[in-house]
Design a protein around this ligand. Structure first.
Ligand code: URA
Length: 298
């Protein structure tokens, strides 16, 4: 059964689906209809494209996909047309530069969490090589980053630049972003709901860039990306298999990447004795990427 929806209803449905996508929810299951109706097909406008989507109900005993799925109460429409699976706006856009542009535009002048009204000057989206093999993810912009609109440009950024240089590459070779894109007031740690609201955009950036390795800088980045709670001691010293939550990469060749955790450069500024430990983490990353550290100049 295939139906075409009223344009206003289509728009409302597409907006609702996008809202769920932004929360990292992509798999939708229809609650069983009262009688019959095991398959429904709908035509839904997502972005500018009209897509035919087929829906199905859960089989008895079948479970929702464990990651992010929702049985969603979308607006009840008399035609019984319910949810659809909506890809990201950048889905199908192979060029990471274009994909990142689409994500940035979708982010817009974001007001999705309270940080937009707590003194941020601008959104700090991310910077670097859109085709980077290596990505660094920090916590959130500080005052310098808020001022410049670029991540890691203050003192912690200078240390990060030195760490990158020690690996034999430059800041321009990698991509750098944060869990939250707006400065938390007083440089406080971002709240969990702020991380959860903002991180779907980071997940989409990761899926567009398709790095080989991500380095999570500090506990906030590590815990948000890995969706787990543990101490830095427990988190460091190994690789995790990482796939950006709630995002489908349009590249079948890219099946996620490795993720390593190291100390945040701001922590290393406070406790320089831990720099050696951070260097061990970076050496592990370099080995994975087949990189050799430059010889120390005499
Ligand atoms: N600290 C972060 O976590 N990110 C920045 O961009 C700057 C400092």
């Amino acid at each position: 059964m295939s139906r075409t929806l009223d344009p206003d209803l289509r728009r409302a449905l597409a907006a609702r689906i996008r809202y769920y996508n932004e929360m990292g929810i992509y798999d939708f299951y229809q609650r069983p209809l009262p009688e019959g109706g095991d398959e429904v097909a709908a035509t839904v406008v997502v972005g500018e494209e009209e897509t035919n989507i087929s829906e199905r109900t859960l089989e008895p005993g079948e479970e929702m996909s464990p990651r992010k799925a929702a049985a969603v109460a979308l607006p009840v429409v008399d035609e019984n047309v319910l949810e659809s699976i909506a890809p990201n706006l950048e889905h199908g856009v192979k060029d990471p530069v274009k994909a990142l542009k689409i994500i940035r535009e979708d982010l817009g002048d974001c007001t999705r969490c309270v940080l937009h009204k707590q003194g941020r000057k601008q959104i700090v989206f991310g910077v670097g090589n859109p085709k980077a093999e290596l990505m660094f993810v920090g916590e959130g912009p500080g005052a310098d980053e808020d001022e410049k609109g670029e991540p890691f440009v203050g003192r912690a950024g200078q240390l990060l630049n030195n760490m990158i240089k020690a690996m034999g590459i430059t800041r321009e070779d990698v991509y750098i972003a944060n869990i939250v894109k707006c400065r938390p007031p007083g440089n406080r740690t971002p709240e969990r709901d702020e991380c959860e609201t903002c991180s779907p955009f980071l997940m989409r950036q990761i899926a567009a860039i398709k790095p080989k390795v991500i380095v999570a800088l500090g506990a906030t980045a590590a815990k948000t990306l890995l969706a787990m709670s543990a101490s830095m001691i427990q988190l460091r010293g190994r690789f995790y298999d990482f796939k950006p939550a709630g995002v489908r990469s349009n590249d079948p060749e890219w099946d996620g990447c490795k993720l390593a955790v190291t100390y945040h450069p701001a922590f290393l500024l406070r406790d320089p004795r831990q720099k050696g430990e951070a260097w061990k983490d970076l050496q592990m990353v370099m080995k994975e990427l087949g990189m050799k550290a430059p010889k120390a100049s005499s």
